[in-house]
Design a protein around this ligand. Sequence first.
Ligand SMILES: [Zn+2]
Length: 275
Amino acid sequence: MPKFKSELLQYTNINTTNSDNSQLHSCISEEVRRISIPIFSKFEEIVLQISKREVGSLGKEEFINKDTRITDYLKQFDVDIQSCVGMNQVHKDHIVIVDSKNRRQFLLKTDGLITIEPDIFLMVKTADCLPVFFYEPNKKIIGVAHLGWKGIFLDLGSKMIKKMVKLGANIEDIYIGVGPFIRNCCYNVSKDRIDKFQEKYGNDTKIYQQRKGKYYLDLQYLLQRQFEKIGCSKQKIEFLSLCTSCNNQDFFSYRKGDRDNVILGIIGRRTYGRK
Ligand SMILES: [Zn+2]
């Protein structure tokens, strides 16, 4: 058994269609300060971890300054900060294909990272936006993206898939996992923003809900639609049903006031430590 296997949080009975606050407490051990995405757990080579609030904010400065909090956190699942690549995210659609030369770099104006190399760990930071993780197990291609409504509007999700396919990925073999983000229970937006999406998607009424005169954009629906339209397998896409705003005690939420704090998501394909 690989050493890191025990570090992967295994949890079951996840209902990925409803936002249910009790889910968090039933499936995550209290002493575990991070979560993973179940659909990736069958891949022993994959490290996928998303930090909870109690870890603290592990954003740009901590990474660049080799803050011991981030090095200590990464050590818990045997990842060396020297092997990590970060992004200075700007809500656009720039994607960089990285390799070992990019280790320890923090790439500017980037919202997506892809690599075919092992032992490089790609980082994403979020607080209400969607941390999206990708893996094509046959071609061993991994990716991560930061998507808010702007990234979704710019089709960053399908652009990530296209880049992976260019590198040799089979689109139907790509696994996609989405960590905690602000869901349609809480994501109240202006009518203008609804109109913008309806213009793009031709009056699809499923993109939002209206409650008590307020509009709620459904980011999961929009992103899922994007992935399915391009040809991704529905069975290989998993959204955690955790809303950052509803579960603000466990995850940072920009809208709930966490203006400088971020959740750290990390994915890598590990070769060391395996039997
Ligand atoms: Zn919510």
